[in-house]
Design a protein around this ligand. Structure first.
Ligand code: PRX
Length: 632
């Protein structure tokens, strides 16, 4: 029996058992499904103290050969990618495997021609247009390391990421469409590049066709370059442990870190998890509504589906344009079979009432998925009843940028399903709960810190340029374990329910921000003495951003100051991190050693100031009363 395709609860049980008893044998058998230029000498070597984890050591491969070339013989004319534009009246663009292969090869040749070499880092700052998918695969084709930056990040955030990775090229577009807005893109790149000396090349895709200034030495229009290169490009042989990509994500301290994924393990796990969670069958149309700028788009718009010869969709627009029926119209238009989205979108659409979703047929749907944040029971039920029509299994997929692929989730209809529970770990994933002292909790009906005790193929290998940071963030809290930063419950049947972050990371509409990162942006304003940011429950976004700000001169407090602080965050990070509430305060609750008591600030922001607990250890307990009185 092949463990690659899990088709029943019994298959799952057998695969899980095999994956713990003989992990190397299990993953070697799965890896046999792919095309390797050279096979591995050993399946796994690992040490979580380093950390030093290697999968398929000394093997060679190119992931694009597995995503594209491998399917050409039998599926050259089948659809690989369908692109649905922002405007419903604009034509969609579709690529067969043959066409996508050629587009990727051409783009890869343009990269080479412009001096991008194997191992170079390439920043991709593109909206959801086909060139984003093509550019990403083109980097992988030549062994350049892609670092995709979501096109909603600000110039400053983009510059930080380019500089950290020392990227030599930026792939971008003139502008972008999003809902009823037309937004600049190249202009943001230009602003960022004033501070990025490592960049020698900028390739610009056309989308909005507006005039954009071009720097003669540095900038090229992609369309002009494509005309000058051949349509075939050999796939660069990559070592299994060579870097495939960097993706920046926020943590509780400092600037966002570059999570590094490597070629072989990531490929195997992205493919395996996609196939089994979504139970994709040949001919199905699969749609994940995420942006490729996030890990969900990397693993489950691009790599996972293409590795399985699936037809994958990408959507340029937003769920509410032209109206709140857009997602459901797209599902009907393309007869989507698997649909994957985020709780924040589900809640936003649910808030618009049932008329849109009831207008749609949605009878092609077989599996519907959720990702990015805990899905509350009301949203889960609505998704299950109104979108899945009570017919489709809901797969609530828990994972992270660092895990590379889905870790805990149902596998289509083959798993127990329970509202708001991600469920059981995938085969090969040894999740555990630890107590305060770091001891593994073996019983069920418990709550603890969610950790993983054994390596899996797509786990992060390092944080770019700073291995110590990787060790300190993920492998030091509970030595010998990967610590996720999440708290979770496990029910009587062993199903996991994710509670949320237990560190200073907040999750706003499924996007991760470190509170320190937002505070840094607020503190850029010279009039700010100090700030503290916490999350609070938000009906649509899951969590909202609540900022407590001490001004050097309290006279500055007021709506003009608020606006300017919001601007500061938009400039430092992007609109996605815009604070929802700003409260001006005379001081912050601190311990005698000067540490901010965030627990108290969180309670006040949550509107639960009556249960603050012990505040006697505070330096100035009086400040709490003032903050409470002014809470928003
Ligand atoms: O807190 C968990 C939450 O999102 C975090 C990871 O964020 P990011 O790296 O941006 O990746 C998001 C997409 C994979 C986790 O630490 N999270 C993700 N999925 C779920 C979730 N929380 C609850 N349920 C989920 N299904």
């Amino acid at each position: 029996m092949s463990h690659y395709y899990i088709k029943s609860p019994e298959d799952y049980a057998a695969a899980y058992q095999k994956s713990t008893e003989d992990p190397e044998g299990f993953w070697a058998e799965i890896a046999e499904h792919f095309q390797w230029m050279k096979k591995w000498d050993s399946v796994l070597s690992w040490d979580f103290d380093g950390p030093d984890v290697r999968w398929f050591n000394d093997a060679q491969l190119n992931i694009t050969e597995n995503c594209l070339d491998r399917h050409l013989e039998e599926r050259s004319d089948e659809l690989a990618l369908i692109w649905e534009p922002n405007e419903p009246s604009e034509d969609s663009i579709q690529f067969t495997y043959g066409q996508l292969h050629e587009e990727v090869c051409r783009y890869a040749n343009v990269l080479k021609k412009n001096g991008v070499n194997k191992g170079d880092r390439v920043a991709i700052y593109l909206p959801m247009i086909p060139d984003l998918a093509i550019a990403t695969l083109a980097c992988a084709r030549i062994g350049a390391v892609h670092s995709i930056v979501f096109a909603g990040f600000s110039a400053q955030a983009l510059a930080d990421r380019i500089n950290d990775a020392q990227a030599s090229a930026v792939l971008t577009s003139d502008g972008m469409y999003r809902g009823n807005k037309k937004l600049p893109v190249k202009a943001i790149v230009d602003e960022a590049l004033e501070h990025c000396p490592s960049v020698h090349t900028v390739l610009v895709s056309r989308r909005t066709d507006e005039e954009v200034p071009m720097q003669a030495e540095r900038d090229r229009f992609l369309a002009d370059e494509l005309k000058t290169v051949p349509s075939s490009c050999p796939a660069e042989p990559m070592d299994s442990e060579d870097m495939l990509f960097i993706l920046y994500t926020s943590g509780s301290t400092g600037k966002p870190k570059g999570v590094v994924h490597s070629c072989g393990g990531y490929m195997v796990y992205a493919a395996f998890s996609f196939q089994n969670v979504f139970q994709y069958a040949a001919g199905d149309i699969y749609w994940c509504s995420a942006d490729i700028g996030w890990i969900t788009g990397h693993s489950y718009i691009l790599y996972g589906p293409l590795l399985n010869a699936a037809t994958t969709m990408m959507f340029e627009g937003v769920p509410t344009y032209p109206d709140a029926g857009r997602f459901w119209e797209i599902c009907d238009k393309y007869q989507v079979n698997q649909f994957y989205t985020a709780p924040t979108a589900i809640r936003a659409l649910m808030a618009q009432g049932d008329k849109h979703v009831e207008k749609a047929q949605l009878d092609s749907l077989k599996v519907i998925g959720s990702v990015g944040e805990p899905i509350n029971e009301e949203a889960w039920q609505w998704y299950h009843d109104k979108v899945g029509k009570g017919r489709c299994p809901v797969v609530d997929t828990w994972w992270q940028t660092e895990t590379g692929g889905i870790m805990i989730s149902g596998l289509g209809p083959h798993s127990p399903m329970k509202a708001s529970h991600a469920g059981l770990p995938l085969p090969g994933i040894q999740t555990i709960l630890l107590d305060q002292e770091g001891r593994e909790i073996l019983e069920n009906e418990v709550e603890g810190y969610l950790c993983v005790k054994f390596p899996w193929p797509s786990m992060l290998r390092t944080t770019y340029g700073d291995h110590e940071r990787c060790k300190n963030t993920y492998f030091s809290n509970y030595p010998g374990h990967y610590f996720t930063g999440d708290g979770a419950k496990r029910d009587a049947d062993g199903l996991y329910r994710i509670i949320g972050r237990v560190d200073d990371v907040i999750n706003v509409s499924g996007h991760r921000f470190g509170t320190a990162e937002i505070e840094n942006a607020l503190n850029q304003d010279q009039r700010v003495a100090e700030s503290a940011v916490v999350g609070y429950p938000h009906d649509i976004k899951g969590q909202g951003i609540y900022a407590y700000v001490i001004l050097k001169d309290p006279i500055d407090a007021g709506s003009a100051m608020e606006n300017s602080l919001v601007e500061s965050v938009v400039r430092g990070i992007g609109k996605i991190a815009r604070p929802d509430k700003i409260q001006f305060v005379p001081g912050l609750p601190k311990t005698r050693s000067g540490k901010i008591m965030r627990r108290i600030l969180r309670k006040i922001a949550e509107g639960e100031a009556s249960s603050l607990g012990d505040t006697s250890t505070l330096l100035d307990p009086g400040v709490v009363e003032i903050i409470k009185a002014g809470a928003l």
